[in-house]
Structures are given as structure tokens and as C-alpha cells.
Design a protein around this ligand. Sequence first.
Ligand SMILES: [Zn+2]
Length: 738
Amino acid sequence: MELRRLAGWTAGGLAGGFFALAFWLRLGPLPPITPDTTPTIVDRNGIVLYEPLSATGTRNEWLDDVPAPIANATIAAEDRRFEQHFGIDPIAIARAAVHDVIRLRAAEGGSTISQQVAKMLLGNPPRTIGAKVREAVIALRLEHRYTKRQILALYVNLAPYGEQTIGIARASRRYFGCAPEELTIAQSAWLASLPQRPSTPRRALARQRIVLHRMHELHLIDAAAYREARAERLSLGRGVQPMLAPHFVEHVRSLLGANAPRRIETTLDANLQASVRGIITAERASLLRHGAHSVAVAVLDNRTGEWLAWEGSGDYFGTDFGGAIDGVTTLRQPGSTLKPFTYALAFERGFTPATVLADVPSHFPTAEEGVAYTPRNYDGGYRGPLRARLALAGSENVPAVALLSKIGPPSLLRLLRGAGFHDLTRTADYYGLGLTLGDAEVTLEQLVTAYAAFARGGVGVTPILLGPRASRPPFSVSTGETRVVSARTAFWITDILSDPNAREFAFGRGGNLEFPFPVAVKTGTSQAYHDNWTIGYTRAVTVGVWVGNFDRSALRNSSGVTGAGPIFHSVMLAAMRRVNGNDETPIVDRPDDLEQQPVCALSGLRPSTSCPSIESEWLPRDAPVEFCAWHHANGVRWPAEYREWAASRERRATSTPRATAARDIRFRITSPANDATYLVDPTLHREFQSLHLRATHDAKWLVDGKPASHEWPLRAGQHTIVATNDRGERDRVNITVR
Ligand SMILES: [Zn+2]
């Protein structure tokens, strides 16, 4: 009896001990699991723009669910009996042991996926017997607590995929530039071959073949999928573009501050950004020759207000010229790029592109008593009456100031602030009439945003830089749209800025401002040539380019400098390729109430029978008709404000005997005009800037005594242009090119 009781107790004790052991094995504590994601900033397609290392020197991203191709590839690569075993796989252990014995390289480690998860949770301890037992215990506990699917998820989230990358999610972006859900079977197999087998990409590819074969063998993929996966050519390394847009990344981070989400999806287009960088690199030598060390470029999607490209200096790591400064957000004098807003305001007040403005010597009162403002055009000359279309397109200073003097700087300041120029915080008196000539400082970001309102038919936009899928902090929410100018004004400004004929009298034809599709464009140069700008837009995008120096040193050889123009040209082409290639549709829809009407080229009024030259202009259908009273059978009757200018021009003309003689013969040069002064646009490649020589009849041309084609490239200096015809008639004009 005693013995039997003892045996009973012993058996009971053993059973109890066994259950206690089993209980401890399965339900004991697990090491902590901390889903970790290091911050990343990605472009609109998931391409990584920025990925700092975590405290442990890795880059992590946590994935909640494992897509099937990754799950299958991982099982094939690591643990083919994953679905069957209970955490430990005795068959695999035996197989590994046999492989070791016959000195073959172990194709499969003896460890199950669960054991490997345990090992990673324990911090990859040294390979001792004790460590292996601990791993096995943890593996059993994992199997008890979690489903197979969850254990697999733990594995792909914790596994190292080389290049300091932890987890399949970060790895798929790192190597293939896509989200893990978008991986193909071939890509999944390649990635599944990486953990714990640090290897070259070439060796990983050989390993991928083995994994694919095993997936097929295990019926995880069918024959067709297997064939397809084997045929797929993997393209690696597309996923990361570190330092592609450092200024943009810094801007995003500074705006988001401490509350940034772990994964920040932005609006940037890494491909376009890369094009912008390439374009700047290609122009660098030419820029340096002219003393320009920095370039800023910004591209905005007009429809959505998304920033597509953002380059702050062209050389972030250049320390000599402040490369880390972000030229997109730096305040600079905008030169003539603000002129369109003066004209826009005038159009809102009843002016039209046919309204004639006075380009004559003028003095304007200023806020300071007794002090007059005397603006000058770049070439020092005056062109008399100038239709607003020509005055804006040719970027004449005097008419712009005259216009602002009529409208008043306070109104312009209001319009500019409404268009997004938030740094114009001084009073209108402080800025004065120089406001229209770009004396006040603005940023490229503001300029591009404000121009986008013209492209959007007059409706302003609040630019955004975070993608639609990111949780947006309040600053980036598009807070409703506000109208900056009327649709009619937006159409007029756009029509003028995209009219190469209108700017020809000042800039010639061709060059960087002309495209195979409509582009509205404006150049600007700040006083003393510190800053060089080109801003323009199509229906789809607005592109802004600034060239200069952050230390405000002047650019050299301002005449003929290759500045913002060539960069603008290339960036616009690249940006339009991105959208739809050559967009022939009008930039801005024409309002129904405008129709083309004939106007006298000189007075801008409805032509009378005496008007020698007639142009057409988009004018309101119901505009009151006023006929030209300037032209009469016996000449021009100048309005009072032009009489002095006309008289001085007449004096100049008659002091040149040849010119007087030439006026009497029928055959004559119609373009250029005698005594005309042309301005070589410093923003254009000079070899592309040409003057169209025209005469009343077919003519042969001589420039400075040498035969020339009717498309004559502008060259600085004084020139004599002679036209001859078959009948021996000739005409001659003198021009100046600066
Ligand atoms: Zn007329």
C-alpha cells in the first residue's frame, strides 16, 4: 500500500511537473515586440527622398499584413514546412545535421521561421547551445500565442535585408522603389533570398532562381507564374534618391516639426526633380562664366497646386556660395516679373491690351514732397505711344510706372498680397512706384504661386507639398480658392505673355522663350544685375527659375549672359513631357464676351481709313467704339502728351539725310524702324535672338556692308541695314543693339 501510494505520488508529481513544464514552455513570457519605423520622406510615387538611420543604425518600416507573394517566397526560402510544424522542425534539424556531416553547404538552415523570429527578438545572441534552447522555447511560445500568418509577419518585419535595411516594407522601397503590396513574384523571391545571407546582388540573383524553383516545387506558384517570374528582368536600386531634393526635404521637415508622421508622402516628382538637377548641371559651366553660383527652380502643378520640383541652389553641399540656402524661399528683388500684376490691375480697372500708354520722358510725384520719380527704360530710349500689349510684352519701364501712377501703389500692393506675396509688409508709400519695377523683395515660391493664378484663369491656389495619402497638418490644406483677378484679365495677361510677336520689338524672335506649344513667360532682372529670373506657365504647370548669388554679388557680362532663360526652357520641356508632351490647347480659356477686333497699331483705337497699320486685339464685344483720330490724310495729329516726343523723333530723323531721302521712295524697309534700339535679352541665348528684316517688296539684305539673311541675329553695336531690290531701289536704316 505504502509503495503504491508512493508510486502514485511520484506519477502525480511527474505528471504535474510535466504539465507545469508544458505550461511554462507555452505560456511563459516573450521578449518585447516593438513595431519600429524610422522616418522617411518619399516622393509622389513612393521613391525615397530622405531616410535617416535609427538609433541602432538601421532603417525600419513596420508592415501589418504580409502580401501573398512575399509570404510564399519567404516560406520557400526559409522554412518549407512552416505551415506544418509547431515551432521546431525535427526533420529540418536532422537534414541540416546530415548536410553538416557530409560537408555540404546547408541550403536550408535547421531553424524554422519561428525560431528565427525568436532569435531576432532575443537580439541575435551568440550561437551557444543555451541560446539555441532559449530560441526553441520562445519559438514554441510564439506558436502558442500567434497565428502562422502573424509569425510570418513578425519575421518579414524584423529580418535584415542588407544595406542597413530592416523589414520587407523598407526593403521593397529600397531595392525596387515600390510598396510591398506592389512587389512581383520575381521581386519577392529576390528579396526573400536576402535575410541572413549578406551577399552581392549577383549572388542574390542566383539565390532568387533557387527560391523561385522551390516555390514552384511546393505548388506555391503555378507553372505559368513560374515561367513569368523567371523571365522578369529585375531592375535594382531605383528606389532611393537620397539628396535628390535636399532643400525640399528640409523645407518639409521644418514645416512639419516634431509632429511629423513616420512616413511622409510628398507631392514631389523625383523623376522631374532629377531632370531639373541634370539641366542645372549641364548649364553650370556657362553660369559660372558669368559669375552666377546659385540656381533655384520650382515647378507647380496648376490644377492641384502640388509642388512637383523644388531645387534651392543647384549645389546643396557647396559651402563657398551658401549651397544649403534654399533659393526657392529666399527673398530677392524680382525685377520685371512683377509687371504683369500692374497690368492685371489696370485691366481690372477698364484698361485693355489696346489701351495706349505713354512711353515718353516723364516725372512722377512721390510720397516725399518735391521729389519726383523719373523711371528709365533699359535701353534709355522712349517709344512714344505704346499699346499695353506691347508695353508689357516688351517690358518697358516707363509705361508700367505711368500705369501704376494712375492706379496707385496701394491697390497694387493689395493685389500682390492677395496673390500670395506675404512678405510685402511695408506701406505703399514705402515701396512707391518702384513696386511695379520689382524693387520690393519676394520669393520664387511666391512668384510661381502668383503666376499660377493667371494660368488658372484668375483663381489663386494654395500650394501643397504633402501627398494626398499623408495625414495633412492644417498648413497644407487647400483652404478654398480665392479669385485673384477676373477670368478676362487672366486671359489678357496670358495672351500677351505668350505672344512672341508682341515682344519682338524689344527682344527679337526665337530663343528660350519660344516653345512648340503655348507658354506665357516673363523675364526679370533686378537692379545692378544681381538677380535673373524667368517665370512662365502652360495650362498644366508653372515654372520659375532664379539665377544669382546668395551673397548678392552681381552677375558678370550681363549682355548675352546665359542665365535663367535656358534653364527655364529645358525645365518647361521636361515638365510638359511629364504631363502630356506638347499641349496645344490654349493656356487659359477665352471668355465668351471677348472677340477679335481691328485696332489702329499706333493709337489702339478703331482704325479709320487713314490708319496705315492695323492690328487685331481681343476686346469686349460690347466695348464702346472710338475711332482713331490720330491719323489723317496728311499725317499724324499727336495727342498733347506725345507732341514733344514726336517732335524730337522728327528732329532726329531729319538730321539723317539718307533717312529723309529714303522716305520718299516707294520701296522701303518696314522693319526694323530707323533709329530703333534693340535690347539683347540677357536671359536669352544670343545666337537664337534674331531680328526679322522686312521690306515693302522682296529684298536682298546687307548688314554693315555684308550680305545677310532676312533673319539677322542680334549683335551688340550700331548697325546699318540696307535693303535692295531687282529694280535697283534701296532703303537703309540704322539701328542700335544693346
Ligand atoms: Zn490710327
